[in-house]
Design a protein around this ligand. Structure first.
Ligand SMILES: Nc1nc2c(ncn2[C@@H]2O[C@H](COP(=O)(O)OP(=O)(O)O)[C@@H](O)[C@H]2O)c(=O)[nH]1
Ligand SMILES: [Mg+2]
Length: 286
C-alpha cells in the first residue's frame, strides 16, 4: 500500500516548507517519505523532488506557447496534468509497500473551489494508483487572531474539503509567527469553533472595541454548523519545532490508517546500516 498526503492551501502559507520538513523527518526516522512537486510554477525548491511535474510541463512553457499570464499558465498546466495522468501513474508505480508520498500542490485557490483538475487528480491517485490518501489544508495560524479571519479560513478549508473527497486535517501553519502561544493552546484545547469565536468576542467587548453584532451572529451560525458536523480538526505546525512534523504526520497516519497497516520502512535512497543520513538536518533549526 502506498500512502499519500495532498498538501493544499493558499500561496505562501508554508506547503512546500512543511513537505520539506516531513521529508527530512522521514529520513531521520527511517521512514520512506517522498515528495511529489505538483507545482509547475515552482522556481526553486528547498527539497529534491522524487517526482516533479515540471518534467511534464512548466508554467513558462504554457505562458510562452499560449500567451497566458502566470495564473492562466498555472491553470493550463494543472489541466494538462489532469489530461496526462498516466504520466503520474507511471511515476507512482515505482513506489511500493508503505511508502508515503507528499503531494506539494500549487496555491491557486480556484483549484480547490471549482476547477476540475484537482478532483480528477485525487480520484486517479485513489482509483488508478490505489494510494491511500488524506489532505492537509494549510491556513496561516494568524487566522485565529480575529473571528472574521478564522471563519474565512475555515470556509476556504471547507470548500477544499467539499471538492476533494478525502479525509482532511487543517494545519495551522507558521504557528511561531502568531507570537501568542497561549492563544494557540486555548484555541486547540477549546475544540469548538463556536466557543472560540464567542470568547474572542467577549474579550473584544471587555476591551471596549466596537462590535459588529450582525457579523457576530453570522460567525456564530457558521461555527455552529462546523461544530455540529465535526467538519474541521486542527493541528499546529511550525518549521521551528522539529516535533511539529511528527505531530502532523501522526494526524495524517491516523486518517490514512498508516500505522495500523504499515511496517517501518527504510528510505530507498539511504543504504547505510542505520538509514540515518548524518548530513540531514531539520529546516529552520540550522
Ligand atoms: N516563521 C515561519 N515562516 C515560515 C514557516 N513555514 C514557511 N515559512 C515561510 O513562508 C514563506 C512561504 O513558504 P512556502 O513553503 O514556500 O509556501 P507555499 O507557497 O505554501 O509553498 C517562506 O518564506 C517560508 O520561509 C514557519 O513555520 N514559520
Ligand atoms: Mg510551494
Amino acid at each position: 500500500m502506498v500512502y499519500g498526503i495532498v498538501t493544499i492551501g493558499p500561496a505562501g502559507v508554508g506547503k512546500t516548507t512543511m513537505c520539506h520538513a516531513l521529508q527530512i523527518h522521514g529520513r531521520l526516522h527511517k521512514r520512506g517519505i517522498y515528495v511529489v512537486n505538483l507545482d509547475p510554477a515552482a522556481d526553486t525548491l528547498p527539497y529534491e523532488p522524487d517526482i516533479d511535474v515540471r518534467e511534464l510541463i512548466r508554467v513558462e512553457d504554457a505562458m510562452r506557447e499560449f500567451g497566458y499570464g502566470p495564473n492562466g499558465g498555472l491553470i493550463y498546466c494543472m489541466e494538462y496534468l489532469a489530461m496526462h495522468l498516466e504520466w503520474l501513474e507511471d511515476k507512482i508505480s515505482e513506489f511500493g509497500e508503505d511508502d508515503t508520498l507528499l503531494f506539494d500542490c500549487p496555491g491557486q485557490i480556484e483549484l480547490y473551489t471549482h476547477l476540475r483538475a484537482m478532483p480528477q487528480l485525487v480520484r486517479a491517485l485513489q482509483e488508478s494508483c490505489h494510494v491511500k490518501l488524506c489532505a492537509t489544508f494549510l491556513v496561516d495560524a494568524v487566522s485565529i487572531d480575529q473571528p472574521a479571519k478564522f471563519v474565512a479560513a475555515a470556509l476556504a478549508g471547507l470548500s477544499a474539503m467539499l471538492q476533494l473527497p478525502v479525509p482532511h486535517v487543517t494545519v495551522l501553519s507558521k504557528s511561531d509567527a502568531l507570537g501568542d502561544e497561549a492563544k494557540l493552546e486555548a484555541f486547540l484545547e477549546e475544540g469548538s469553533a463556536v466557543l472560540f469565536v464567542r470568547n474572542q468576542n467577549q474579550i473584544r467587548d471587555e476591551e471596549g472595541r466596537t462590535p459588529n453584532r450582525s457579523h457576530d451572529r453570522l460567525h456564530d451560525a457558521i461555527c455552529s454548523v462546523l461544530d455540529d458536523h465535526a467538519m474541521l480538526s486542527y493541528v499546529p505546525f511550525t518549521v521551528k519545532d522539529e516535533d511539529a512534523a511528527a505531530h502532523v504526520l501522526a494526524f495524517c497516519d491516523h486518517l490514512t490508517m498508516y500505522s495500523e497497516n504499515a511496517e517501518v520502512n527504510i528510505p530507498r535512497d539511504l543504504d547505510g546500516d542505520s538509514g540515518i543520513d548524518p548530513s540531514v538536518s531539520f529546516p529552520g533549526l540550522g
